[in-house]
Ligand binder design. Structure first.
Ligand code: HEC
Length: 127
């Protein structure tokens, strides 16, 4: 899914520089291996954000700018991202998990095979 006006590569750098990896697993962001918060892998396939908002780019941008406004008392801090930084970060997160599958619109169940096991494991088992 394209996030209007966001640049995914810049967003990856925003996530790196704002320490998102202190709390999240984020594929492609060096050091982002913490399980303090929910993992953000396969983000494009996520149906909901913070447990109740449909996972749309606009909602993600709003979340990144001010998590407390959406989930008061949430442990996710407000990291002071600008609108542009939040847009770029959202663009990056929406590249995760979008490689093979068309994006699933928020709240819509995935079709047969879309949620099933991958044809090839990402990490090959040891021979
Ligand atoms: C201090 C730890 C911490 C930091 C730093 C942090 N987060 Fe979070 N984040 C959380 C927690 C905890 C949640 C779960 C909050 C909730 O659902 O109320 C969360 C939730 C999220 C969600 C929604 C996840 C879901 O499954 O609904 C996204 C997206 C997200 N964070 C992105 C980021 C990004 C991008 C950054 C860096 C700009 C960042 N976070 C920095 C702790 C953190």
């Amino acid at each position: 899914m394209r996030v209007t006006g966001g640049d995914a590569e810049r967003g990856r750098v925003v996530a790196l520089n704002h320490g998102c990896g202190a709390c999240h697993v984020i594929p492609g962001v060096r050091g982002a291996v913490s399980w303090a918060g929910p993992p953000l892998s396969e983000w494009a396939r996520r149906g909901y954000l913070a447990g109740h908002l449909p996972n749309s780019p606009e909602n993600l941008v709003a979340w990144l700018r001010d998590p407390q406004a959406i989930a008061p008392g949430s442990a996710m801090p407000n990291l002071g991202l600008t609108e542009a930084e939040a847009r770029d970060t959202a663009a990056y997160l929406f590249t995760l998990g979008a490689e093979r599958l068309p994006p699933v619109p928020a709240g819509q169940p995935m079709g047969p095979k879309e949620a099933g096991p991958r044809e090839e494991p990402r990490i090959r088992p040891r021979a």
